[in-house]
Design a binder for this molecule. Structure first.
Ligand code: LMR
Length: 328
């Protein structure tokens, strides 16, 4: 009894989720960086946990660690390879270090909306990208949607010239660094959980993210406003380690794969609505949202889109053409 209580105290003090796993169950730790509420990824991960723990009880057990409580995105891929966690869902920007093909998802104004992203991912090229890192020990299982990125800063952003000279937090991606440089801004790669503090203290002036991330991390509280640029996307790859996945008993792998695919289908269909609700919640909380008219938006396109040239060889012109066809 005493030992159990001591062990429990240790677990709680380490900030881990309450262990629901029984002896003999395969433990699947899922680490991610966003909040769980009003967020496409957070909601999907929670639903996945709930279904696995209910339907696979006795065989497998999932523990979700949200909010970067376990790892940030740069650490989590290494942790997957080490077997310290078994699943994660980093944004696609985090995979360019493994395969440059993924850069297509970061190119500004490549995809009109999340439906175009979905169609590209469902194509043969998109599906093959899930298996493009198996040599490195990582296997993509499903794409999860978030949504379109918006720009925010500590000054009003109406025309791209307003962004010139500002420091912008970016995810650690060469495309996103080039995009901010094209605006005349200074890109500052930084982990997601550091962004609020960096905006608040003026270490950076602005950032780009989806409505659900801007709301969930409260970025709007420490920015002048958010400009609805819809200039890029944030989407995720649910990823596992090949060693872990291949080592699962066939029935466990099949059932887990089926549940994951059902959760994906159900939640991907809701991601746009979740982001719209986050946008409204920002407005309701007093955040400033600026929209662009067609002519203003064209100015942003004209400044940012030339970045494609720099990365054409990495992503393949045929893939750019395929992606563009889905915008029609
Ligand atoms: C970011 O780093 O801004 C995002 O990738 C966070 C996330 O997972 O949505």
């Amino acid at each position: 009894k005493f030992l159990t209580a001591a062990a429990l105290a240790l677990t709680v003090s380490a900030g881990a989720v309450a262990a629901a796993c029984d002896d003999g169950e395969i433990v699947i730790k899922f680490s991610h960086v966003t909040n769980t509420d009003k967020h496409p990824k957070g909601i999907a991960a929670s639903l996945l946990q709930e279904r696995v723990n209910e339907e696979m009880n006795g065989k497998a057990c999932m523990e979700v660690f949200p909010n970067s409580t376990l790892y940030n995105d740069d650490q989590v891929l290494e942790a997957l390879l080490q077997g310290d966690v078994q699943m994660a869902a980093p944004s696609l920007s985090k995979f360019e270090q493994f395969t440059k093909q993924f850069r297509i998802f970061d190119l500004p104004f490549m995809f009109k909306d999340i439906n175009a992203v979905d169609a590209f991912q469902a194509s043969e090229t998109g599906q093959s990208m899930k298996e493009s890192m198996t040599r490195r020990g990582l296997l993509g299982l499903e794409f999860w949607h978030n949504g379109m990125k918006q720009m925010s800063a500590n000054v009003p952003l109406n025309s791209p010239a307003d962004a010139s000279g500002l420091k912008f937090r970016v995810q650690n991606s060469d495309v996103l660094k080039a995009q901010m440089a094209a605006l005349g801004g200074s890109p500052q790669p930084m982990a997601f959980k550091e962004v609020y503090g960096a905006l608040q203290t003026g270490v950076v002036d602005g950032q780009e993210n989806t409505w659900s991330n801007i709301y969930g991390q409260k970025f709007f509280e420490v920015q002048d406003g958010i400009t609805e640029t819809n200039h890029g996307i944030i989407d995720y790859l649910v990823v596992t380690g090949t060693d872990f996945w291949d080592g699962l008993p066939d029935d466990v792998r099949d059932q887990l794969g089926t549940i994951l695919s059902e959760v994906t289908q159900m939640r991907n269909g809701e991601s746009t609505r979740v982001n719209e609700e986050a946008k409204q919640a920002i407005i309701d909380a007093g955040g400033v949202v600026r929209s662009l008219d067609a002519a203003q938006r064209e100015e942003w396109v004209a400044v940012m889109k030339p970045v494609w040239d720099e990365f054409k060889d990495d992503v393949g012109q045929e893939n750019i053409d395929a992606a563009q066809a889905f915008n029609a």
